[in-house]
Design a protein around this ligand. Structure first.
Ligand code: ADP
Ligand code: MG
Length: 351
């Protein structure tokens, strides 16, 4: 059975604004799930509903088989880490972490023992006697984590916990947090608006948009097979090319190349062909007499060392192609170039 089961949960603010619209989600024991979506899509509202700080208007939340929808936050077998991880400034790190168990009735020596264990988990036991002001942002974030896991919750909810950190530290904390989660075998629901962060950490990504779940799956599935235009655009970069229809056959409008066939489910719908920039191949010459090479013009080149992005115009359609490494073809704006759009990489999306 799932550890967490969210069933048809909806939440309306101010009479008619649906912040959550019929959310269904299951999280397994030990699973790391990222809730990913743009600012304002309802991530925090969903997390607050799971934690019990908000009551849904409709639907139920079950944890470990129990309906907790009406259960107060402190009785739920979970804990929450927020972006602003307010530590008590006048308490040592150890006492900050021991505070939770003590409030739950554990005596001070035992609570401190547990706090020490928890600090060890986040590799901060050597700083137990410091005060929050004497620590870096990353260390304080780890204290907040230690505090959240000290009561050994089954489920940890994390609301953009790394977003206040600079990029280098954030990337290191992503790896640390993922390793910690695997070690503890606690289920994590990790909110982020950063798709790279979600992909770096999560077993499964749940993409939200305007109060609904657009798609849930592994990062690979979502990247290769986005179900909607929104997901294709939000996760990575996407070329979305219009298609013409001849019966059930589709062809790319920009060059006439076959793009696939409509199945029964999508018959009668307008479809877009998606190609990721790294799937598009470029060459200077029409080599190999490939009938599926298309002449295009370079409109821009951006090289950032690890890869080069080439912007192209294919009969009036803008296309973005990406190559690993430097601009090895020596392309410049205005150059003529040949494109190969591999048919086996084309993924069809409802327009
Ligand atoms: P996210 O965390 O994805 O950025 P939120 O869950 O915080 O988004 O908010 C979702 C939407 O609900 C936003 O449009 C926000 O303005 C609105 N909202 C959130 N909380 C309240 C509230 N207490 N009252 C009214 N509107 C709210
Ligand atoms: Mg939020």
């Amino acid at each position: 059975d799932a550890l967490l089961s969210v069933r048809n949960v909806s939440k309306t603010f101010q009479r008619n604004f649906k912040a959550l619209d019929n959310i269904n989600l299951e999280v397994q024991q030990g699973e790391f799930v990222a809730l990913l979506g743009p600012s304002g899509c309802g991530k925090t509202t969903l997390l607050a509903t799971l934690a019990g700080f908000l009551q849904p208007d409709a639907g139920e939340v079950h944890i470990e088989g129990r309906n907790v929808t009406r259960m107060p936050p402190h009785r739920r077998p979970l804990n929450t880490v927020f972006q602003s991880y307010a530590l008590f400034p006048h308490m040592t790190v150890l006492d900050n972490v021991a505070y939770g168990p003590m409030r739950a009735g554990v005596r001070k020596p035992q609570a401190r023992e547990r706090a020490r264990e928890s600090l060890k988990m986040v590799s901060l036991d050597h700083l137990a006697d410091r005060y929050p002001a004497q620590m870096s942002g990353g260390q304080r974030q780890r204290v907040a984590l230690a505090r959240a896991i000290v009561n050994q919750p089954r489920l940890l909810l994390l609301d953009e916990p790394l977003s206040a950190l600079d990029l280098k530290l954030r990337k290191r904390m992503q790896l640390e947090l993922k390793a910690l989660q695997e070690k503890l075998e606690i289920s994590f629901i990790f909110v982020t608006h950063d798709q790279e962060e979600a992909m770096a950490m999560a077993d499964r990504i749940v993409v939200m948009n305007q109060g609904v779940i657009e798609q849930a799956g592994t990062s690979g599935d979502i990247y290769k097979m986005p179900r909607s235009r929104f997901v294709a655009d939000f996760i990575g970069d996407a070329n979305l090319l219009e298609c013409d229809r001849d019966g059930s056959r589709l062809s790319l409008r920009c060059c006439g190349q076959p793009a696939g066939a409509l199945d029964a489910a999508s018959a009668g719908r307008d479809m877009l062909a998606m190609l990721r920039p790294e799937d598009i191949q470029l060459s200077r010459t029409p080599s190999g007499l490939d009938p599926m090479l298309h002449a295009a013009k370079v409109t821009g080149v951006v090289s950032i060392g690890s890869h080069t992005t080439v912007y192209l115009d294919l009969n009036g359609t803008a296309i973005e192609a990406r190559r690993l490494g430097a601009n090895d073809l020596g392309l410049n704006r205005g150059d003529d170039v040949y494109l190969h759009l591999p048919a086996d990489r084309i993924h069809l999306i409802e327009a």
